[in-house]
Design a protein around this ligand. Structure first.
Ligand SMILES: *[C@@H]1O[C@H](CO)[C@@H](O)[C@H](O)[C@H]1NC(C)=O
Length: 92
């Protein structure tokens, strides 16, 4: 049941999630945690975690970051930053 509830919350968050994606970029360190997921899942997961300011998706894993840099090049990875409007809407 707890899992079902979590799924519903995630789906709701994902449906309003908005992040700008930057291909072939990585954020070094600053990890809050990591979770297996599709690139399209990462933004919603990040927005659901307080203190998450960015994510890196790499090889099927969302790395949740508490900072937006330092950014480096990494082929195949994607950096995502929550959209400006959402940040202002209370994601601090
Ligand atoms: C981000 O998390 C790292 C540990 O993963 C920590 O060392 C660092 O101080 C945190 N930075 C901020 C801005 O909270």
């Amino acid at each position: 049941m707890a899992f079902l509830k979590l799924s519903i919350v995630l789906v709701l968050v994902v449906s309003i999630a908005c992040c700008d994606g930057y291909p072939d970029r990585n954020i070094v360190g600053q990890d809050l945690g990591a979770t297996v997921g599709q690139a399209s899942d990462c933004c919603g997961i990040c927005l659901g975690i307080s203190g998450c300011y960015a994510y890196v998706w790499d090889s099927g894993v969302c790395y949740l970051k508490n900072a937006t840099g330092p950014v480096s090049f990494k082929a195949g990875a994607i950096v995502g930053l929550p959209c400006e409007g959402l940040k202002k809407a209370g994601k601090q």
